[in-house]
Design a protein around this ligand. Structure first.
Ligand code: AKB
Length: 319
């Protein structure tokens, strides 16, 4: 029986919903308290509404459930964040400070804070962007993640808090829908292919971005959080890589399974965001420190995505 009690904030989001299930598999269903600002069906375990901007409510939840670890996943992502930059900053930073301050006051043992490839911007090598490349993000989301990374390190150095973080690439999964990101096309495209609908991509066909399959992203998170504290040499956030591809490459891979699938391109404001990010990531620090290794490439991910989505749509009578 696990003695850890986990609080997931943002448990209805794309990563949060899948991570909550995985944590329940590891720590036991009742030892993982899922929270979100919205109700959602389908939680098989404790769930409550929680607004991370309400510090007292976060403190109450921690106290009531005897929480020992917090996974703080609530944030506004890159594309949506540009529609209201100041509000995005307030939500992303305000939520983070509330979590860190409650964790400090309550002596929380471990905290997970997701960062992103959005921390990178101008003046980086775009191929195999190194761990310590300069951070000059151009979106407010990227700015909030880059500031959050420094605050994570600050709380570690000043208060000895065990805060761990990953710079997620675009995450692709069949279990949940993304929302408000620049990499969301790489999930939408599979849904259209399985529903036998053409897809219009909001990025241009040759825009290469780093991506990761959900299974790998979740495993990386669990492995990072499970590693011995002495192995964690990066206290800002670890670079994490899965694969890299462009819209035309993912389309061609899908067409191997679905030969009639057609994709057209109509780049919008998200193109500029994508062009400011790396094409591929050097994650050797994660590989060295806690033995990170992705399992999925574009081809194996595509086979699994199509298989799982077909099963899911059939189950709901939608195919
Ligand atoms: C986004 O596109 O904003 C996110 C991310 C890369 O952090 N998926």
């Amino acid at each position: 029986m696990s003695k850890d009690k986990i609080l997931v904030i943002g448990a209805n989001g794309q990563i949060g919903s899948v991570l909550t299930e995985a944590l329940r598999g590891t720590f036991g269903t009742n030892n993982v308290v899922a929270t979100d600002i919205r109700e959602a069906a389908g939680h098989e375990g404790p769930f409550e509404l929680l607004n991370v901007l309400d510090a007292k409510a976060v403190a109450d939840a921690v106290e009531r459930h005897g929480i020992t670890q917090i996974y703080h996943l609530a944030a506004i992502l890159s594309a949506k964040g540009e529609q209201n930059p100041l509000q995005t900053w307030d939500i992303n930073m305000g939520g983070l400070f509330n979590v860190f301050e409650v964790a400090r006051a309550k002596g929380i043992a471990k905290i997970f804070f997701p960062s992103s490839i959005a921390v990178f911007g101008a003046d980086i090598p775009r191929q195999m962007t190194p761990q310590n490349a300069v951070l000059k993000p151009t979106t407010v989301y990227g700015m909030s993640k880059s500031a959050g990374e420094l605050w994570s390190q600050y709380y570690f150095l000043k208060y000895g808090m065990d805060i761990r973080s990953l710079r997620y690439p675009g995450v692709i999964g069949w279990q949940s829908d993304p929302g408000g990101g620049t990499t969301d096309y790489a999930v939408e495209i599979y849904h259209n292919a399985v529903k036998e609908q053409d897809y219009t991509c909001f990025l241009s066909e040759n825009t290469i971005l780093p991506m990761i399959y959900m299974d790998d992203a979740i495993r990386a998170t669990l492995e990072l959080m499970d590693a011995e504290a002495s192995k964690i040499n990066v206290r800002t956030s670890y670079n994490l890589a899965g694969m890299s591809f462009s819209p035309s490459e993912i389309a061609a891979t899908i067409q191997l399974e679905k030969p009639n699938f057609k994709v057209s391109y109509a780049p919008d404001f998200r193109q500029k965001i994508a062009k400011s990010w790396p094409e591929s990531i050097d994650d050797s620090a994660a590989r060295n420190d806690w033995h990170w290794k992705p399992k999925y490439d574009l081809s194996s991910m595509t086979k699994d995505m199509i298989f799982q989505l077909q099963k899911k749509y059939k189950l709901f009578g939608a195919l």
